[in-house]
Design a protein. Sequence first.
Lengths: 115, 139
Amino acid sequence: MDLGLDVVERNGHAVLAVHGEVDVYTAPQFREQLIQLVDQGHRRIVVDLEGVEFLDSTGLGVLVGGLKRVRSHDGDLALVCTQRRILKVLEITGLTKVFSIYDSVDAAVAGDGQT
Amino acid sequence: MTQVIELEIPARAEFVGIARMAVSALAGVRPGLPYERVDDLRIVVSEACTSAIQAAKEGDRVTVRCFDSPEQLEVCIGAATGAFDSTLAGDGDSGSDEFRISLIRALVDEAEVRPSGSGTELRLVMRRESAGVEGDLPA
């Protein structure tokens, strides 16, 4: 089971595109990547979940940990997600109220088009 | 007729995906569980196996027993005693524990923790929409 993590910079944001399955096995890589971005000084982070095929509570824990970490440096972490199956997980756990969720990377880096 | 399928995996993170894949494949053998519900089942099995693995000691194994009938698919995840103490009880001590509880409660029709042999098991039930003879397996 592979997890793909690609980072690009867009309009002053670090955009982390996640591909594959996020679970107890792959979550440590994901967590490490978010920690690294914050440690490198990125304060506006966008996590693009459009390529995620599976996400469970372990992945949610990583996202919340990343959000807390970047907010402790006065930054923010937003999500890009239009997949019903992932949005459902975010809704059940109440995280749609915690994260800014956008329907495209363009919207996220522009700060509009929030879903 | 109920078909019984058993799977045993090492209690290690890299095997959770195999349990998830096996159960979701089984869920599609009979009609009555639409794709979205199979997706729900994948999440819940992943949550249960993760709890089991996090409570395991080196060398432990996790059992996944499936009881597949035209009416429902029952999945029992067996693990060491105490593995599921916080899985349904609502006393999880981390964000992931709380999310796990919310997901399991929301996504299956029944969930219960009960003793099993020398350990414990989390029993999960997904009811099929089209219960009855027409949902049975071909002879």
